[in-house]
Ligand binder design. Structure first.
Ligand SMILES: Nc1ncnc2c1ncn2[C@@H]1O[C@H](COP(=O)(O)OP(=O)(O)OP(=O)(O)O)[C@@H](O)[C@H]1O
Length: 331
C-alpha cells in the first residue's frame, strides 16, 4: 500500500448567507439561507514513502482543504484517505504523532512564549523521549539557524525567523511526513532559500515524505520532481515537472538581436514572429517541425546578427498556460 492514499476525496462547505442591511440581518435571524461550496470533487492520488510532491493550483482550488483532511483536522464528506494504513480523522491521536504540519499563514507556536519554551511544550505534548528530543532540537536549531531566537517570544520574531521556528516545531517529534502549506509565503529571498534547502535535506537525508503547496514556482522548480495540479476541486494533472512543461509547451522561443543597421525580416520561414522591439525579434517555433540549429543557421546566414538565444519557458508561464487550457481560473 502507498504511504499516502487519497481516493475520490470529496468535501463540501456550507456557508450561511444573509441579505445585506439591517433588514437582511433581522431576516437572517429567523430564516437562514445556505449555500454550498464544493471544495473537493473527487480528488485521487497516492504517494510513496520519501516522495516530495508539489501540490499546486490557483486560489480556491482546494489545496488547503486537502492538507487539512490529510492532517486529520477536517473530516471528508466522501472518499477515503489512508496514511500508513490509518484514517487521519478517525485515528487522529496516532496520526498526528507521525506527521508534521506547517501552515504559512498560521502559527502553531505560542505567541507570548519564547521559542525554546514552545519547543519544550511540544516535547511534552508529543511525549518525545527527552534524550531524543534534545538531540533533534539541537540539530534543528543548528540547521535552521535558530540559536539567537530561542529566548525570544514568538511575537517578536520576523516572518522569516518565525517560519524557520515553525518548521523546527513541526519536526521536533521526528515525523515521517511533512505537510507544508505555503511555507515560503511572504519570506525574503534568503529565508526562502534557507527553507527550501532545509526541506530538500529533510526529504533526501531523512527520507521524510513531503507534500508542499505553494504559489511560488521557484519552490516547485527547486524541490519537486512530481507535481499535482488541482483546479475546481479536481486533479488536472499528476506528472513530472518536465512532462508538464513539455505537454503545455510545444513551442520554443528564439530571441534574435540584429546588428544596429540591419533591417529586420518581416517573416522567418519555420517560425512565427511573436514580437519585435528595436533591433530584437522574438520568434516562436515548434521544434518537431523546425530544428533549432537549422533555424539559427538560416537567420545568421541571411542577416547581420549580434546575438541569438534560445529561451525555455519559465515554470510560471507553463502553469499559467496550463490553467488557461483547463479553464482553471481562480475559484
Ligand atoms: N471554512 C470554510 N468555509 C467555507 N468555505 C471554505 C472554507 N474553507 C475553504 N472554503 C472554500 O473552499 C474552496 C477551496 O478552498 P481551499 O482553501 O482549499 O483552496 P486553496 O487551493 O488552498 O486556495 P488558496 O491558494 O487561496 O489558499 C474555496 O472556494 C474556498 O472559498
Amino acid at each position: 500500500m502507498p504511504h499516502i492514499l487519497v481516493d475520490h476525496l470529496r468535501k463540501t462547505y456550507r456557508i450561511s448567507e444573509r441579505d445585506p442591511g439591517v433588514m437582511g440581518a433581522l431576516r437572517g435571524l429567523v430564516q437562514r439561507r445556505h449555500r454550498t461550496v464544493e471544495a473537493l470533487s473527487g480528488v485521487s492520488f497516492s504517494l510513496e514513502r520519501g516522495e516530495l510532491l508539489g501540490f499546486i493550483g490557483p486560489n480556491g482550488a482546494g489545496k488547503s482543504t486537502t492538507i487539512k483532511i490529510l492532517s486529520g483536522i477536517l473530516r471528508p464528506d466522501g472518499g477515503r484517505v489512508k496514511i500508513d494504513g490509518r484514517d487521519p480523522f478517525a485515528d487522529r491521536e496516532r496520526h498526528v504523532a507521525r506527521i508534521g504540519v506547517v501552515f504559512g499563514q498560521r502559527t502553531q507556536l505560542w505567541w507570548d512564549l519564547p521559542v525554546g519554551d514552545g519547543f519544550d511544550l511540544l516535547r511534552d505534548i508529543y511525549r518525545v523521549d527527552p534524550v531524543r528530543y534534545r538531540r533533534t532540537r539541537d540539530e534543528l536549531v543548528a540547521l535552521l539557524h535558530l540559536e539567537r531566537v530561542l529566548d525570544q517570544p514568538v511575537r517578536q520574531l520576523s516572518l522569516g525567523q518565525r517560519m524557520r521556528a515553525e518548521i523546527a516545531a513541526a519536526l521536533l517529534h521526528e515525523p515521517d511526513i511533512l505537510f507544508l502549506d505555503e511555507p515560503t509565503i511572504g519570506l525574503d529571498a534568503p529565508s526562502k532559500l534557507a527553507v527550501r534547502d532545509f526541506v530538500r535535506r529533510a526529504n533526501r537525508e531523512r527520507g521524510t515524505t513531503v507534500l508542499l503547496t505553494t504559489h511560488d514556482m521557484h519552490d516547485i522548480e527547486a524541490l519537486a520532481r512530481r507535481v499535482i495540479v488541482i483546479g475546481h476541486g479536481r486533479v488536472l494533472a499528476d506528472s513530472p515537472v518536465e512532462a508538464l512543461r513539455a505537454q503545455v509547451m510545444a513551442e520554443r522561443r528564439l530571441v534574435v538581436d540584429f546588428a544596429q543597421d540591419a533591417e529586420l525580416p518581416v517573416e522567418v520561414a519555420g517560425a512565427r514572429v511573436h514580437s519585435r522591439d528595436g533591433q530584437t525579434l522574438v520568434l516562436d517555433f515548434d521544434p518537431a517541425q523546425t530544428a533549432a540549429p537549422a533555424l539559427i543557421a538560416r537567420i545568421a546566414a541571411a542577416h547581420a546578427v549580434e546575438d541569438i538565444r534560445l529561451e525555455g519557458l519559465a515554470i510560471e508561464a507553463v502553469i499559467a498556460r496550463f490553467y488557461a487550457m483547463h479553464g482553471a481560473a481562480e475559484a
